[in-house]
Design a protein. Structure first.
Length: 258
């Protein structure tokens, strides 16, 4: 006798899943962590700012269910190793990994210094790949899992003054294609989410003229809220996208449709 068919809405649930979210104390990462908790996951939030990460974890714990905060500088490989060791100790392992930690960088190609290029690679690409490797090792022992690396539309096409940031995000978009091919045999899926212009503290650093110019390129004529990235991330993390791997999901208000 076949198993009863799960409802479409049930496929978005993350009950009994352990989700690790880097950059989970602010912006897109925080919105994703909250949505995963609402979907039933035990959430582990990792971020550099110890006070922010613990406050976010406590808030989620009060409103939803189990949540843990672990201070972690993702640009430090040893810190990432420690993060996943703690996850294994506290929760038994990882079912979902989201790399949403990020920093911004604006500068013209001719002037991009090597240390800034390295900083972008360390925080975005190298941390994302190392985190995915560590998560995959735990997921294999648990029968599979889902990896979501937060890329950007700036990594999918050229844009003025985006060499360091865009190149690191482009590398993430490529990484999930390789992971998707190689790790499918283990039941581990890997996809990327490519947000467009999102209203976060990173965009708060822009001057009004630059913000208005970027918004004007978006057919919907506005920035996204961080919460508008949580839905696509939940889709990629959950069984709702069970036949998707190695893909980049764009959520940009129609910008790249031009």
């Amino acid at each position: 006798m076949s198993e009863p068919r799960a409802s479409t809405l049930d496929r978005f649930r993350l009950d009994r899943k352990v989700a690790v979210v880097t950059g989970g104390s602010r912006g897109i990462g925080r919105a994703i962590a909250r949505s995963f908790a609402e979907a039933g996951a035990t959430v582990v939030i990792a971020s550099r700012n110890a006070a922010h990460v613990m406050a976010t974890a406590e808030e989620i714990h009060r409103e939803h269910r189990e949540a843990y905060g672990i201070p972690c500088d993702v640009s430090d490989p040893k810190a990432l190793d420690h993060l996943f060791e703690r996850v294994a100790e506290m929760c038994g392992g990882t079912d979902v990994f989201v790399h949403a930690a990020g920093v911004s960088s604006v500068g013209f190609a001719q002037d991009a210094p090597r240390d800034e290029l390295q900083r972008m690679l360390d925080v975005h690409y190298l941390a994302g790949v190392r985190g995915a490797q560590l998560a995959c090792a735990q997921m294999r022992e648990r029968g599979g899992g889902s990896i979501v690396l937060v890329s950007s539309v700036w990594g999918l096409g050229g844009a003025t003054a985006s060499l360091a940031y865009g190149s690191a995000k482009a590398a993430l978009a490529h990484a999930v294609k390789v992971m998707g091919i190689e790790w499918a045999r283990y039941g581990v899926r890997a996809n990327a989410l490519a947000p467009g212009f999102v209203d976060t503290d990173m965009t708060d650093e822009m001057d009004a003229k630059t913000r208005d110019k970027l918004v004007a390129r978006v057919p919907m004529r506005r920035m996204a809220s961080p919460d508008e990235m949580a839905g696509p991330a939940l889709f990629l993390a959950s069984g709702a996208s069970s036949y998707m791997t190695g893909q980049v999901l764009v959520a940009d208000g129609g910008e790249r449709a031009r």
